[in-house]
Write a protein that binds this ligand. Structure first.
Ligand code: GDP
Ligand code: GDP
Length: 449
């Protein structure tokens, strides 16, 4: 299983642990109830917050035991959860204020080696003010003010947890994510008859797939491991994913349009890099743009190949025409690589695979903190954010929360008023200056308060 960072939620019964757990995991996994201690078991779930994945453990409370002391069983559960966690999130109830049991938990947490983040839940409204002050006195610094029920303060919580959970997640096989020699997961998508099967046959040098002039000939979608020899004679592993399965279901001609997008996306799930294959004799159609847009939305690296180049008429005006249509039609990412290939003759295929490996490298890249900070300062200085209504939007710092696709969070004040054009400026600048090329880059803005 993926080795995710772990956050343990700790606190006495009824402070809102399950409510927060549900909010972060996004599913109604834990039972929420007004009666203290209704949640009986330790629950775990995968949380997803602003592009960051982590595992969260909700520790249990037990109503049968004396609520004024830390019950043994609860304590043992909590101890185990906290010791295996990267950070413990200590939750108190801002409405009820700090109770003796909170203080006992605080004493105990202070003696543990796990870092603690304190949060005052139920912080919405004035009734919480006194409790927030009392929480401060627990000695874990300013509490993060939260309302798990109303979804307030989640950005602050994220910011507080980030230093403890911001690490690259190791994958099952412990693959080095930036290793250029790790097998490349490549999907070839495109409308029926674009030449996908022919291309894969060409790569494999054998007739493993059936190609033919009519749609619907290949029977299943397939993944095939294959070795490519690069220009330096190095062997590179490629796992090819074909969406041939779409054609089986596409027998009914008028359903073709719908099905090809859905099926292309199924292959995209398994891929790092997606090649959208176009038929040069037909050019770019709106269907192709839709597939391209969705691939980028899914955060995959995209390449576009104009196939059947051997029979293309007017090649240079065709190429420029498609290039232009892509620039106009793909709103999210400019400059997606466009290559001319022929699956029939093999022309351009080495260049295509080479470009796929290069694109994956950019997609997998983690920018060193120093470089990222220098870029951030330069970008903000060269073009400061606007001041709507005379009030300055202040951008404070940036962090890369993950790669594949590269995802960043920028923290600042009044960021909700930052115009979309400024966000695009930042993303484009990042692409250009940090070497992401045409890879989709995700940016989230957060205000600390
Ligand atoms: P747990 O025992 O710590 O897991 O607490 P629960 O999640 O079961 O919550 C206990 C009670 O507090 C429930 O009635 C929740 O609806 C309520 N609650 C949770 N979060 C908030 C909040 O942010 N504001 C308010 N006002 N109530 C909350
Ligand atoms: P798929 O439906 O996308 O898998 O497309 P196929 O691989 O079955 O190809 C559809 C048709 O286009 C077949 O008749 C192929 O022979 C032809 N074709 C594929 N690639 C090329 C190419 O590079 N040049 C030419 N001239 N024909 C091609």
């Amino acid at each position: 299983m993926a080795n995710l960072p772990i956050v343990a939620i700790v606190g006495r019964p009824n402070v809102g642990k399950s409510t927060l757990f549900n909010r972060l995991v996004g599913k109604k996994l834990a039972l929420v109830d007004d009666r203290p201690g209704v949640t009986r078991d330790r629950r775990e779930g995968d949380a997803h917050l602003l592009g960051l994945d982590f595992r969260i453990i909700d520790t249990a409370g037990y109503e049968d035991e004396d609520p004024d002391t830390l019950p043994g069983r609860m304590r043992r559960q909590t101890e185990a959860a906290v010791s295996e966690a990267d950070v413990a999130l200590f939750l108190v109830d801002a409405r009820a204020g700090v109770m003796p049991l909170d203080e006992e938990i605080a004493r105990w947490l202070r003696s543990s080696d796990t870092p603690i983040v304190l949060a005052a839940n139920k912080a919405e409204g004035r009734a919480a003010e006194q409790g927030i002050l009392e929480a401060l006195a627990l000695g874990f610094g300013d509490p993060v003010q939260l309302s798990a029920e109303h979804g307030e303060g989640v950005g602050d919580l994220f910011e507080a947890l980030l230093p403890f959970i911001d690490r690259e997640v190791e994958e099952e096989e412990e693959v080095d994510l930036e290793n250029p020699f790790a097998p490349l997961k490549l999907a070839i998508v495109g409308r029926p008859n674009a030449g996908k099967s022919t291309l894969i046959n060409r790569f494999l040098g054998q007739d493993r797939l059936i190609t033919g002039p009519e749609a619907g000939i290949t029977r299943d979608s397939i993944a095939i491991d294959w070795e490519w020899h690069d220009r330096n004679g190095e062997v590179r592993q490629v796992r090819l994913i074909d969406t041939a399965g779409m054609r089986k279901k596409a027998k009914v001609q008028d359903k073709l349009e719908k099905l090809s997008v859905a099926d292309a996306l199924r292959a995209v799930d398994f891929a790092e890099v997606v090649v959208l294959l176009l038929d040069a004799t037909l050019g770019l159609e709106s269907q192709d743009l839709r597939i391209a847009d969705r691939v980028l939305e899914e955060g995959r690296a995209l390449l576009i190949a104009l196939n059947k180049w051997d029979v293309a008429e007017n090649p240079s005006s065709l190429f420029n025409g498609v290039r232009k249509a892509l620039e106009d039609g793909l709103s999210q990412v400019k400059g997606v690589p466009l290559l001319a290939v022929s699956a029939a003759t093999g022309k351009g295929l080495d260049t295509l695979i080479e470009a796929a490996f290069e694109t994956r490298a950019a997609w997998s890249k983690r920018v060193p903190t120093g470089e990222l900070n220098r870029w951030f300062e330069r970008a903000v200085e060269a073009n400061p954010p606007p001041a709507p209504g005379g009030k300055r939007i202040k951008l404070r710092y940036v962090t890369q929360v993950k790669s594949r696709p590269p995802s960043f969070v920028i923290f600042g004040t009044r960021v909700d008023q930052l115009p979309a054009s400024y966000e695009r400026y930042l993303v484009n600048s990042m692409r250009r200056e940090l070497g992401f090329g045409a890879v989709p880059v995700r940016l989230t803005l957060r205000a600390p308060k």
